[in-house]
Design a protein around this ligand. Structure first.
Ligand code: SF4
Length: 616
């Protein structure tokens, strides 16, 4: 009889990139499986290369493994070739560390980073032999989920037993303590879940019912049992400097998307872009101290051997000590050739100067995100940058030797006209003119213009908007294709049908969840991968479930309407979002709230929530 390990070994050489499934990487954790009360699988519903680049996973993996009663292992979605082999050879989905079938875990924790990974969650459960719908499962394993998409838990409410709303490292130990306690007492899932609702940040969907109005909108999300909270407040780490951050990171054997040290410098963002969900749900800004970061960088370099440090956050140049931090890191590590990367760059002379410093050690790309092609539309979305800013910074960059630049935009933004879309191409042409002015010709210049499609997201000032119809988006993309011809330019864009599905699920309710299950049953998975996305199958699934996807994606909503995510309190108040919506319509800007508080409401979330203190 073959063990599961033998069976896996037998198929590994027949699939692409076997290192996705072997485990055993530097800094991965191997414990004796018999010694633990709780076996926990941290599940990332996409392939290894993507999941391993995710900072949240790195933090939670080590944090949970600090516990003496718990063993946390990792699991990713197997790529299609591996899945086929596994199904053929009857191999259930297994953890990387010990090749234990997922079914034998006590808890499986999924991270919800993007809505289009939801069918992968269903596929992973099925591949593990675990029923998809929570009512068909008994006590184990417990399926929990967290991450940004958990802020609208409705579409996965029939699948997930317990959602964590907010920052996982703040809550997970409380859940595990409770679980350990219940396991000692023989475990009763219902009672355990009831007890878990007392933990702030925990949402148990089975204790609530979603009801609807005749026009199809949500009437409310009502508690079914006594004593459960009527609103779930998110949890946040109050002092990021004192919160857990591992001194190790796993070093994979194969290239992953972000193959370098990830050093988180702060959380949150104060810029207030009106389309940006991360900017709202991760408030308030909490910075790490420069000293703490330098100490961590030192440890991480020693434990990983990486030669690049990425300073991560939503907008790293906003870190109050960024110049000093970069200076210190460069001074300390330049001899050893250790480079610094700034993955999110704003468009101003200041950030270009920082990039120039960084370049002295290692060449980095120049990526700028003006988001919209005209000043009018940039004001509507509250992107506080001007054309002058952009052209000045590119000029500085070209002078300093850059000759490639990537420009990110969004199309389909509220109030956008064809003139705004054409503005994207005009801006790209102006950047080319700047290059010519600096260098005398455009030889060697490469400008990549990339557009994504606006998806209205919960908890943003633009949550009431509908997404633009697919035909119009295609027309806009065609306009840009025609205007960005020639050797200098490269135009790339998101597939609009995929963005449409993202919009349906982002604003979906529990009924949309039924269609997700149906779509998976009909063969959908890896929906964010163009080659695997099956739009027609999704449309059939919606029809079979009696769901009108256009109602979710394209319909404009009223301010008084109840949303499926109104059960969640992310701290930023609805009246603030409405105020921001109205200001957008008037083309008025809202200042960066580091300068003056603009009253988003986050300070009222919880005792001890402190916002960024403005430098006066
Ligand atoms: S409460 Fe004020 S300072 Fe704090 S995040 Fe909100 S707007 Fe910014």
């Amino acid at each position: 009889m073959y063990s599961i390990k033998d069976k896996i070994e037998n198929i590994l050489m027949k699939v692409a990139k076997p290192a996705r499934y072997t485990g055993g990487e530097i800094n991965s954790i191997i414990k004796n499986t018999k010694d633990f009360k709780i076996r926990f699988a941290f599940a990332f519903p996409d392939i290894y290369e993507i999941g391993m680049s995710h900072l949240g996973m790195k933090i939670l993996y080590y944090l949970i493994n600090e516990r003496s009663d718990t063993y946390c292992e990792r699991v990713f979605a197997p790529w299609v070739d591996m899945e086929n082999m596994m199904r053929e050879c009857d191999i259930p989905l297994f953890t990387l560390e010990t090749k234990t079938p997922l079914k034998e875990m006590d808890i499986i924790g999924f991270t919800l980073q993007y809505e289009l990974s939801y069918t992968n969650i269903l596929n992973m459960l099925n591949l593990s032999g675990i029923p998809i719908r929570r009512i068909e499962r008994d006590f184990s394993p417990l399926i929990i989920a967290g991450g940004p998409c958990g802020y609208n838990p409705a579409p996965l409410s029939d699948v997930v037993d317990l959602f964590v709303i907010g920052e996982g490292e703040e809550v997970i130990n409380e859940i595990l303590d409770l679980y350990a306690d219940w396991k000692d007492r023989g475990f009763n899932k219902e009672k355990f879940l009831k007890e878990a609702t007392k933990i702030q940040g925990v949402y148990v969907p089975s204790f609530y019912k979603e009801e609807y109005n005749e026009d199809g909108t949500v009437k409310g999300i009502f508690p079914l049992v006594e004593g459960v909270p009527s609103v779930i407040k998110k949890r946040i780490v109050k002092n990021l400097d004192k919160s857990y951050f591992p001194a190790k990171q796993i070093v994979p054997y194969i290239n992953i998307v972000h193959d370098r040290i990830m050093l988180e410098v702060f959380r949150g963002c104060t810029r207030g872009c009106r389309f940006c969900q991360a900017g709202m749900i991760y408030r308030p800004v909490r910075e790490k101290s420069r000293e703490g970061l330098l100490e961590l960088a030192d440890k991480l370099i020693k434990t990983t051997g990486y030669e690049e440090i990425s300073l991560t956050s939503l907008s790293t140049c906003d870190y109050s000590k960024i110049e000093e931090l970069i200076h210190d890191l460069i001074e300390k590590y330049k001899e050893r050739g250790i480079g610094i990367a700034l993955p999110s760059t704003r468009i101003d002379a200041f950030s270009v100067n920082l990039l120039k410093e960084i370049q002295k050690v290692r060449k980095t790309g120049l990526t700028l995100a003006p988001e919209a092609g005209t000043q009018r539309l940039r004001d509507v979305i509250n992107k506080g940058v001007s054309e002058e800013d952009l052209l000045n910074s590119t000029k500085e960059a070209f002078k300093a030797g850059w000759n490639t630049v990537k420009l990110y935009f969004m199309i389909g933004l509220p109030t956008e006209t064809m003139e705004d879309v054409a503005g994207i191409a005009y801006l790209a042409h102006k950047v080319a003119d700047v290059y010519k002015e600096v260098r005398g010709n455009t030889k060697n210049l490469k400008i990549t213009v990339s557009t994504s499609t606006f998806v209205p997201k919960p908890f943003t000032p633009f949550q009431w908007f509908g997404q633009e119809k697919i035909d119009l988006i295609i027309e806009k993309q065609n306009l840009l294709k025609n205007m960005l011809k020639g050797k200098i330019f490269r135009y790339s864009f998101h597939e609009p049908h995929i963005s449409f599905l993202e919009a349906v699920i982002s604003k979906g309710d529990r009924r949309v969840g039924q269609a997700i299950v149906k779509a998976w049953e009909k063969g959908c998975k890896f929906d964010s991968w163009r080659d695997y996305f099956k739009f027609d199958v999704w449309m059939d699934a919606f029809e079979e479930e009696g769901i009108n996807p256009y109602f979710y994606a394209n319909k404009e909503r009223d301010f008084y309407e109840t949303f499926p995510w109104d059960i969640i309190d992310c701290g930023v108040k609805k009246d603030y979002l409405i105020r921001e919506y109205n200001k957008a319509m008037e083309g008025k800007l809202t200042n960066d709230c580091r300068l003056n508080c603009t009253g988003c409401g986050i300070k009222e979330l919880d005792k001890g929530v402190v916002c960024f203190e403005a430098k006066k």
